[in-house]
Design a protein around this ligand. Structure first.
Ligand code: NAD
Length: 495
């Protein structure tokens, strides 16, 4: 497969003829060659987005027409779901179950965005602020303009959808940069966008590394940056956009606390805790990687946990029943293994796992055993995001202690509580410094609700009305309701 640049509605070769390869993390085999954009290609992509925003029918297109396009995209994703699932498995190391869920969720997201676009009110009179005989005050919303959007490799299709959906719903234009590890599904999405009637230049898609990302965000025609990735890179991006006072939304890292109370349903909490940190081999930003367990339930919980974790086996992603696949790359594997080795050397107890799988049919892939340590806040992995199948378990006595432990983090993306006491659950949820809190649940998201982080987990939100608003500028329009000169409030102010 050859992945070209999608610029101004056309699939193009890189102008400096540079191609790189993406690999299947399950077996190291080549998946695709992708064209790496030059600075000129980045400039062409941004210029196309700029022209589409200022000099095409896109800006004046009705919300109904935008909604129809979004619905078509949703339907075409469903039509091509088998092909996308196959590609996503190879390109990103997703299991078939995850890839199917990703495709389904992305199609649903575009459908929801279609409804949002249809119902979006771009002009609203504020009755409470207006005063009869004096003023009619209203809000007018305008698309923010040309956006630079950068996504990571863990949920390539979903992340591309979360970025492109609001662009189309609000009338912005974009250059989306996918991660170099996972260029494939966004390429199919580009074909779908073209087939669904997205006008040329409205969405441009390129793939590349940090240098391409830097060239994109520093382009003078960009009006907003929407970034999903690590907190470290997020900080670098914020520094570089500050001189231009660019609007920026940041979806960054996490170290989410998963709290199990004494009165929790034991079986549910154990399975929930495993799902929370092992889904997609722990490569989800909201993974429950700090497992906080109350002292009375701890022995029974751990007995069940250590027996149940054996049922989650690293498996080739070509096996449709695989529950856990590889991590995305050798680089990511090395990062995770160095966190594991560091924790082994710190004051911590290895409870299970802790090694790379190097045997049998998994030997050419990047597989790591599900790993659990008993840790305290003194340990590095209590604070640092590992982004792999590794959990740190910490015991606590009181609910106050659990809340303090949970909030002892620079991150604040998500968290969860497992308990049969609903009142206690909501009290804890209200105390957690986290953008999403689940009660007896994990990882589930709702496109109608905001997703994003407190503290260093981000700035702004994706999805929900909050996500849409971040692509709109608001204008206050003051209309006088009194056109008699002598009754104007300012009549005697300067004359
Ligand atoms: P990363 O920060 O290394 O890279 C993310 C993207 O930024 C990639 O496309 C990369 O090419 C690009 N990039 C890297 N350096 C750049 C620079 N200096 N300027 C511009 N672009 C640059 O992250 P990753 O390893 O790809 O992804 C894992 C991280 O993403 C984790 O920290 C995870 O928590 C986070 N994440 C967050 C969310 C969320 O919604 N909060 C969702 C998914 C992943």
């Amino acid at each position: 497969m050859e992945i070209k640049l999608f610029i101004n509605g056309e699939f193009k070769n890189s102008s400096h003829h540079t191609l790189k390869t993406s690999y299947d993390p399950s077996n190291g085999l080549e998946v695709a060659k992708y064209h790496v954009p030059s600075v000129k290609d980045v400039d062409d992509a941004v210029s196309a987005a700029h022209t589409a925003f200022y000099h095409s029918e896109w800006k004046s297109m009705s919300q109904e027409a935008r909604a129809d396009i979004l619905l078509k995209i949703s339907e075409k994703i469903k039509e091509r779901s088998r092909e996308i699932v196959e590609l996503e498995i190879k390109d990103s190391g997703s299991t078939m179950r995850k890839a199917k869920a990703d495709v389904h969720n992305t199609a649903s997201f575009f459908k929801v965005m279609s409804k949002v676009a249809r119902e979006l009110k771009l002009h609203e009179k504020d009755e409470a602020a207006s005063r009869a005989g004096f003023s009619i005050n209203s809000r007018e919303f305008s698309p923010i303009g040309v956006c630079a959007q950068i996504i990571p490799w863990n949920f390539p299709l979903v992340m591309a959808g979360w970025k492109i959906g609001p662009i189309l719903a609000t009338g912005c234009t974009t250059v989306l940069k996918t991660a170099e590890e996972t260029p494939a599904s966004a390429y199919i999405l580009a074909e779908i966008l073209k087939d669904s009637g997205v006008p040329a230049g409205v969405v441009n898609i390129i793939t590349g590394g940090a240098d391409v990302g830097r060239a994109l965000i520093s382009h003078p025609l960009i009006r907003k940056v929407a970034f999903t990735g690590s907190t470290e890179v997020g900080k670098e991006i914020l520094k570089s956009v500050a001189p231009h006072v660019l609007k920026a939304t940041m979806e960054l890292g996490g170290k989410s606390a998963n709290i199990v109370l004494n009165d929790a349903d034991l079986s549910l909490a154990v399975d929930g805790a495993l799902y929370a940190f092992l889904y997609h081999s722990g490569q989800a930003c909201d993974s429950g990687t700090r497992l906080l367990i109350q002292d009375e339930i701890y022995p029974a919980f751990m007995e069940k946990f250590l027996s149940r974790i054996k049922d989650v086996k690293p498996t080739l992603t070509s096996d449709p029943n695989a529950g856990m696949g590889p991590v995305v790359s050798e680089k990511q594997l090395n990062t995770i293994m160095s966190f594991i080795e560091k924790t082994k050397q710190e004051e911590a107890t290895l409870l299970c796992g802790g090694s790379r799988v190097t045997t049998g049919e998994l030997k050419n892939g990047f597989f790591i055993e599900p790993t659990a340590f008993l840790i305290s806040p003194k340990n590095t992995i209590f604070h640092e995001e590992v982004f792999g199948p590794v959990v740190g378990i910490t015991k606590f006595k009181t609910i106050e202690e659990a809340i303090t432990l949970a909030n002892d983090s620079k991150y604040g993306l998500a968290g969860a509580v497992w308990t049969n006491d609903n009142e206690k659950a909501h009290m804890i949820a209200s105390q957690l410094e986290a953008g999403t809190v689940w009660i007896n649940e994990y990882h589930l998201l709702n496109p109608g609700m905001p997703f994003g982080g407190f503290k260093q987990s981000g700035i702004g939100r994706e999805m929900g009305p909050e996500g849409i608003m971040s692509y709109l500028e608001v204008r206050h329009v003051w209309e006088s309701d009194c056109n008699e000169r002598s009754k104007k409030m300012w009549f005697d102010a300067i004359f």
